[in-house]
Design a protein around this ligand. Structure first.
Ligand SMILES: [Zn+2]
Ligand SMILES: [Zn+2]
Length: 338
């Protein structure tokens, strides 16, 4: 089968033929039809996170496809099922995090395209228990970006604990943010969008944002505090440390700021404000299987749609270069025909 293999950190991935893996106990073999390309794939390939993948490996954790073969002791998924290969390849199911519904924090988890081979291949192995079913009527190309970008923003919004009618400030209307605006509206939240680009803010307005702030022209903290008396929640998807300070500044007392973007470096925390206003600052990483099912259901219901373009698997290095230089708009989804 054809696969994109990372052989040395920081080099292009190599398109090559590799043996088709055999599904073992509790595993399924998935024929991948589409796979989104995420910034995390770039970090895996460049090996620039503290814990590096073991070379060689196949990246990819937004894989959508069809079960082609099942291993022993698999009854929950069958051949022909449409499933997703997401970041959470598996978790132990026994630790305090797994048992308390926080499996994305499991210290024994494996991650697709990082600690196990991922979806930049014509066929990929998934754990049957973690192969989330893709709802009927939701295409593979449409489903792929939901498997990481979608669930990440959806879970991030849940983690703000905002309720219908509450205001949420979403900063950064890029690949994650444009999905966040749609999830927030579908969840009944009122959205204020913050970005540096007018075209991104126009997109946010079309997707349902009621208030938009261009940080090049206005200070989001004073606009949000003056116009709506502060927001109950903020979700920071922007990869700028300045956005993190603003994400806290826009909150009203008791508010929660959730971070999902991962810019390098740190940001100062205004301790006085956090203490006196009883603010919460929280990190959020992907989601559980249930979060993923819910995130896919919103997409299947037509309430959330990722802006994406498609490229062939053979173009994967061009796509990665585009991500590296920030040239990519929305999600690029690899398709595997031919
Ligand atoms: Zn991702
Ligand atoms: Zn666990």
């Amino acid at each position: 089968m054809r696969a994109a293999v990372a052989r040395t950190f920081g080099s292009p991935v190599v398109l090559t033929d590799v043996p088709i893996p055999e599904p073992e106990l509790g595993e399924v073999l998935v024929r991948v039809h589409a796979s989104g390309v995420c910034h995390t794939d770039l970090h895996a390939i460049d090996g620039d996170w503290p814990v590096k993948p073991t070379l060689p490996f196949i990246p990819g954790h937004e894989g959508a496809g069809v079960v082609e073969k099942v291993g022993a002791d698999v009854s929950q998924v069958k051949v022909g099922d449409r499933v997703g290969i997401a970041w959470l390849h598996d978790a132990c199911g026994r630790c305090v995090f797994c048992l308390s519904g926080r499996e994305a924090l499991c210290p024994k988890q494996h991650n697709s395209g990082y600690s196990v081979n991922g979806s930049f291949a014509e066929l990929a192995i998934a754990r049957a228990d973690f192969a989330t079913k893709i709802p009927d009527g939701l295409g593979f190309v449409e489903a792929a970006p939901i498997l990481c970008a979608g669930v990440t923003t959806y879970k991030g919004l849940k983690q703000t604990e905002a309720r219908a009618g509450d205001w949420v400030v979403i900063s950064g209307i890029g690949g994650l943010g444009h999905l966040a605006v749609q999830y927030a509206c579908a969840m009944g939240l009122r959205v204020a969008a913050v970005d540096v680009a007018d075209d991104k803010l126009a997109l946010a307005s079309r997707l349902g944002a009621e208030l938009v702030v261009n940080v090049k022209k206005d200070d989001p903290v004073s606009v949000v505090q003056t116009k709506i008396g502060g927001a109950q929640a903020s979700l920071v998807t922007a990869v700028s440390t300045k956005a993190f300070a603003a994400g806290i500044g826009v909150l009203r007392p008791g508010g929660t700021c959730v971070l999902v973007g991962l810019p390098p470096g740190d940001f100062p925390t205004p301790i006085f404000d956090v203490v006196l206003k009883g603010l919460t600052i929280r990190g959020s990483i992907v989601g559980t299987r249930l979060d993923l099912e819910e995130a896919l259901a919103f997409a299947a219901a037509g309430k959330v749609r990722a802006t994406s373009t498609t490229q062939q698997l053979g173009q994967v290095n061009e796509v990665l270069d585009g991500l590296r230089s920030g040239r990519v708009e929305g999600r690029v989804v690899l398709t595997y025909e031919g």
